[in-house]
Ligand binder design. Sequence first.
Ligand SMILES: Cc1ncc(C[n+]2csc(CCOP(=O)(O)OP(=O)(O)O)c2C)c(N)n1
Ligand SMILES: [Mg+2]
Length: 333
Amino acid sequence: MTENRHDKLGLSDQKVLEMYETMLLARRIDERMWLLNRAGKIAFVVSCQGQEAAQVGAAFALDREKDYVLPYYRDMGVVLTFGMTPKELMLSGFAKAEDPNSGSRQMPGHFGQKKNRIVTGSSPVTTQVPHAVGIALAGKMVRKNLVTFVTFGEGSSNQGDFHEGANFAGVHKLPVIFMCENNKYAISVPIEKQLACEKVSDRAIGYGMPGVTVDGNDPLDVYKAVKEAADRGRRGEGPTLVETVSYRLTPHSSDDDDRTYRAPDEVAKAKTEDPIITFGAYLKETGVMNDELENEINERVMKLVNEATDYAENAPYSAPEDALKYVYAETEE
Ligand SMILES: Cc1ncc(C[n+]2csc(CCOP(=O)(O)OP(=O)(O)O)c2C)c(N)n1
Ligand SMILES: [Mg+2]
């Protein structure tokens, strides 16, 4: 029998099943979006596939009532955990008026929802990092005891925004969790052409914070690291850099052909470590899930995905004149 690791982390069987269901939901929404894209129904997809364990494991370690998340475009697992619904994600995919992220102005993947403290990001990568640092500073000034959680790819860890944000957070001991989702590629550029140091987490020491690298295919490993980082932040001890190592299982986006820069057997090998499969196997080996429960979860997830697809496909587009809104304050005639 596989050792029960979640118990030791204070996670009940119910909680790890919720984690698994959220990971599966993210995966199935993403897969549906690809089908819709190839069918010509939605314009663009940028995937979470392969990173669900890192995203869901991390988000479960945060306080969903008060912490702020500043996700990057792949973080479907983070935003689902923080309360965005499959319908809302599909509305964004179909670019419909009711999309809460941007009212259909932004491309999918630009997550933002005030009521769930999901802070919207910009298309230039890594701009969310200094935003997270600023919100952590504000939270500290008003003594909210909140932490901010910001994610970015390993390629993005080369941007100035990361270094400036990390430095400021380190100097001022701000409660920020910097989580780098290392998926081994920045579009076509492999990791060895992106970094001269061995690990992204090696960069932490330069900013006076701890840096850890964990298995991004294991939601429990990620949960543990992010929980420790959140506790540290709330105790006033400052930021932490967490690097989760996984693999991007899809092309960079629906507009990319990854066969031009990586070998099919490399992708096939990564698929054997797919976190949906390995975490599902862990739950079975520890007796938390059986075939019957797995089928039940699958059916529940597919029902949500189907309902979300139908709802969003039939929802109205924005009125053309709506494009003129939210740039300047509106005045009375
Ligand atoms: C400042 C900036 N430069 C370039 C781009 C184009 N771009 C979008 S995603 C991306 C790759 C980012 O790689 P990584 O940070 O590893 O994230 P991943 O997509 O692998 O999750 C690039 C270069 C951009 N959006 N912003
Ligand atoms: Mg990457």
